[in-house]
Ligand binder design. Structure first.
Ligand code: 9WN
Length: 498
């Protein structure tokens, strides 16, 4: 499938409006994940947000990460939400009751679980950007890496020890929310065994912010999410106690692959800056973590499908689901033949090349899978951050052409400037929250990956730019303006970056 490339006008509007969205969602020291549905700081959102902001301001990108680290627990865990001010988001701090946990941080309210470790990947992008800019930006970014190296190492070590006590090489998650893909069919089989026990009543707040409840997880799913939260509270957020008493203990391949990739990048940065040296230093520790989890991810691959599998650690069963997490090996590398096989699979007719897709970008579940649902959250819709991750991984493995295809298709999908949380894969309609920070951030990063000669500085905007409506775009495509080049053959290349 070929994709109409965004025009120069569309690119200008997109970068302006993405900058505007991030500025509007900026609360000073941190960025809310979205203005209405998610009015707090989320962990993996913050990583993506930081790397997008870095294309505009390296200092502001670094302060985003610094702000996230202010919520780090004594165990090293970076919590999945930092609550800075009261809101109608549910479940809020009163439900998480993290005061029962000895390891909680002082001075900031947080949730008690974590999310995928994308942060050091973001940091290495920021450092790369800062070095390209040089001067004060470079100094600031290098200093930030020196200053926070141990904190990132503590985060990775927490995942590698408290969450992989038996050295399987798969990070254990205790809640579907920890995977970042809340209601993904990856977790259907384990959730089917979760029986909700006695817990306080609740009223969902999320449904007030979406047009159609079928775009969100169901009430039955929500009850299970809250039940697991209750079990974490009963375990006083002690991982070993939860492991023995909780209903959901899964080895997550995507989290594991991100941990492996991020650990390698942390080791690279340590080596470059001369920190974490010595045989027992942070660089060596990071390399060991990377090796263990890369091995764990590669071992999980189903030789028939070529996809990685999560492991139900309570029953010892592999979870064979055609979700985008199956491409985890692309993120951590380690097997060139598998990388090529996954590249072809990802771009082929079961995935991005599926004939029903409006845009050839990564869907959360294969449209050819019986589990595929067009508009239900992580059961099929396209999440720009997933597309970014796969483009990043392909680029890192030397698959620039494939990476570029995903990047261009991803940009075309975002051209209406809604920056939605997720997209209906068949109609291209925007779903969930609008003005979602990480989506705007991805747009900025994708735009900045154009050839340096075409790179234009992005500015923060303080007034809103018009959106490109579907009618305008249809008129454009129908020929109300000069025809545009089609197809990836003439597209600008994406430079190879960390
Ligand atoms: C629960 C903020 C977060 C993302 C997750 C996404 C969704 C929260 C929710 O929103 O989860 O953490 O309330 O639905 O699934 O990936 O980080 O954008």
């Amino acid at each position: 499938m070929t994709v109409a490339q965004p025009s120069a006008v569309e690119i200008g509007l997109m970068s302006g409006r993405a900058g505007y969205v991030l500025k509007a969602n900026d609360r000073g020291a941190f960025t809310v994940a979205s203005p209405t549905l998610y009015p707090h700081m989320w962990s993996w959102d913050a990583g993506f947000v930081a790397l997008g902001i870095a294309t505009v301001s390296v200092p502001r990108a670094l302060s985003e990460l610094r702000s996230l680290l202010s919520g780090q627990w004594a165990t090293g865990m970076i919590p999945h939400i930092l609550f800075h001010s009261p809101s109608d988001y549910f479940p809020g701090p009163e439900r998480w009751r993290t005061q029962v946990a000895a390891a909680r941080p002082a001075g900031v309210l947080t949730s008690g679980i974590c999310q995928p470790p994308i942060h050091v990947i973001a940091l290495s992008r920021i450092l790369h950007d800062a070095r390209r800019k040089g001067g004060a930006d470079q100094e600031l970014a290098e200093e930030f890496v020196r200053e926070t190296f141990d904190a990132w190492l503590a985060w990775h070590s927490y995942l590698a020890t408290a969450r992989d006590p038996y050295s399987y090489g798969l990070v254990e998650i205790h809640h579907g929310w920890e995977s970042g893909m809340d209601d993904s069919p990856r977790w259907d089989a384990p959730y089917a065994n979760v029986r909700v026990g006695a817990m306080p009543p609740f009223v969902r707040a999320d449904l007030a912010h979406v047009a159609d409840p079928s775009q969100r997880p169901s009430d039955a799913e929500y009850a299970k999410y809250l039940w697991l939260l209750e079990q974490k509270v009963h375990a006083r957020y002690d991982d070993a106690v939860y492991r023995a008493t909780g209903d959901f203990v899964m080895g997550d391949v995507l989290v594991s692959a991100l941990l492996a990739a991020a650990s390698d990048l942390l080791a690279d940065m340590g080596e470059e800056l001369g920190i974490g040296g010595g045989a027992s230093g942070g660089v060596e520790q990071s390399r060991a973590i990377a090796r263990r989890f890369r091995t764990g991810v590669l071992r999980s691959v189903n030789p028939e499908t070529g996809l990685a599998r999560d492991l139900d650690l309570r029953t010892g069963t592999w979870l064979d689901v055609e979700s985008a997490a199956g491409f985890a090996p692309l993120l951590c590398g380690g097997d060139d033949a598998l990388t090529r096989r996954q590249r072809d699979l990802l771009l082929g007719p079961r995935w991005c090349g599926h004939s029903r897709l409006r845009w050839p970008v990564v869907p959360s579940v294969s449209p050819a899978s019986p589990a595929f649902r067009e508009q239900t959250y992580w059961r099929g819709p396209q999440w720009p951050v997933l597309n970014w991750l796969m483009a990043w991984a392909l680029n890192r493995s030397g698959e620039q052409e494939a990476a570029n295809q995903l990047r261009l298709a991803g940009l075309s999908q975002l051209v209406d400037c809604d920056f939605a949380e997720y997209y209906q894969p068949v109609t291209g309609e925007t779903l969930g929250s609008r003005d979602q920070s990480w989506t705007a951030a991805i747009a900025l990063d994708f735009l900045a990956a154009r050839r340096p000669a075409q790179r234009r500085p992005v500015r923060w905007l303080t007034s809103e730019l018009p959106r490109i409506t579907p009618t305008q775009r249809a008129a454009d495509l129908a020929g109300d303006r000069p025809p545009r080049t089609r197809g990836p053959a003439t597209t600008p290349e994406m430079p190879r970056t960390p």
